[in-house]
Ligand binder design. Structure first.
Ligand SMILES: Nc1nc2c(c(=O)[nH]1)N[C@H]1C(S)=C(S)[C@@H](COP(=O)(O)O)O[C@H]1N2
Ligand SMILES: [Mo]
Length: 319
């Protein structure tokens, strides 16, 4: 697979000018180390009009990553995407997702839990404190970014719906709307896209449900209105536009394992020592950049926080 930058699109063509200008101011300012993970209080999802005029909040002028690695720009994060429901090219999701309607939105919660049901996203978010979380995103294709997500811990939602003792895994499903998602009109993958986590992974404090990026609502191409972020796993675990969450006893068959079981299995933890069948995972291309300009870290740099969950597992076999 050839990894390259998105085609050269002028920023002014793809973002409202206010965002573009702010972003440039932000780039100039965002060099010093700053606060991460600050709680910001509940924030209602903006209406359609507001979404179009969203501006990068001023706090990002002070905020860089705790990792001492600069944040990728809003433009990077929103124009270089994998979201096959909108096409397989990196620019397809930003170009082809304009007709997608992420509001209103319902999430069905089911399986082994005491409070199953179909919830309005607004009700699920009521009383939840959204916060900024800066994480590295490492795609299995060996490119990476540093992204300031906006969201809340998945554990908060799981606690509310009270899984039973039989719940061993959580399964997430992406919406199916071929009318709004042109990629779904072709059998690129077997729709819907499905992902899963083991219960302890799902409850881990690093595991996020994101509703936004750069403090603003998620653009459609990034998985509006609700997507998963699991920073120590390859990006494909971060399922987008989630419509259902189910608690189950058996390990689910996630989309990429079903598609290419010889490549990665269920876990897909970032591991520089285990190569993809067609390329090494030892290094990565931190965008925007060329070639493999960055060393890939075990568990994407989160080993001290997550490796205990895999103690005793053969990471070569359980990849
Ligand atoms: N439903 C769905 N979720 C998805 C994908 C997809 O094609 N469909 N692509 C995955 C992959 S491979 C990556 S790297 C991340 C990219 O997230 P981003 O576009 O917000 O950077 O989304 C993941 N989630
Ligand atoms: Mo990916």
């Amino acid at each position: 697979m050839i990894i390259r930058r998105a085609p050269d699109i002028r920023s002014s063509e793809i973002t409202p000018e206010s965002v573009y200008v702010n972003r440039r101011q932000f780039i100039r300012a965002a060099t010093a180390a700053g606060a991460v993970g600050m709680a910001l209080g509940p924030r209602a999802l903006a209406g359609e009009e507001a979404a179009q005029s969203q501006e990068i909040p001023a706090r990002f002028a002070r905020m860089t990553s705790e990792l001492d690695e600069p944040l990728n720009t809003y433009e990077d994060v929103t124009t270089y995407n994998n979201f096959y429901e909108f096409g397989t090219g990196k620019a397809d999701p930003s170009r082809n997702s304009g007709a997608f309607r992420p509001k209103p939105w319902k999430v069905r919660i089911g399986g082994e839990c005491n409070r199953p049901g179909e919830y309005d996203l607004d009700d699920l978010l009521a009383g939840v404190t959204l916060e900024d979380r800066v994480y590295r995103l490492r795609c299995v294709e060996a490119w990476s970014m540093v992204i300031p997500w906006y969201g809340f811990q998945l554990s908060t939602l799981i606690d509310r719906v009270e899984p039973t003792g039989n719940a061993k895994f959580v399964v997430f499903t992406t919406v199916v709307r071929p009318e709004e998602m042109p990629g779904q009109r072709a059998p690129i993958l077997r729709w819907p896209y499905i992902e899963g986590l083991r219960m302890d992974e799902a409850m881990h404090p690093l595991t996020l449900l994101a509703t936004g990026v750069y403090g603003m609502d998620l653009p459609n191409q990034n998985g509006a209105p609700l997507r998963l972020v699991v920073p120590w796993k390859y990006g494909f675990k971060g399922i987008k536009s989630i419509v259902s969450i189910d608690f189950v006893e058996e390990m689910p068959l996630n989309t990429w394992k079903q598609q290419n079981s010889f490549e990665y299995g269920f876990y897909a933890n970032v591991n520089p020592n285990v190569s993809h069948p067609r390329w090494s995972q030892a290094r990565e291309t931190r965008l925007p950049g060329l070639f493999k300009n960055h060393e890939t870290l075990m568990f994407n740099g989160y080993a001290d926080q997550v490796q205990h969950m895999y103690a005793g597992m053969d990471l070569e076999r359980w990849k």
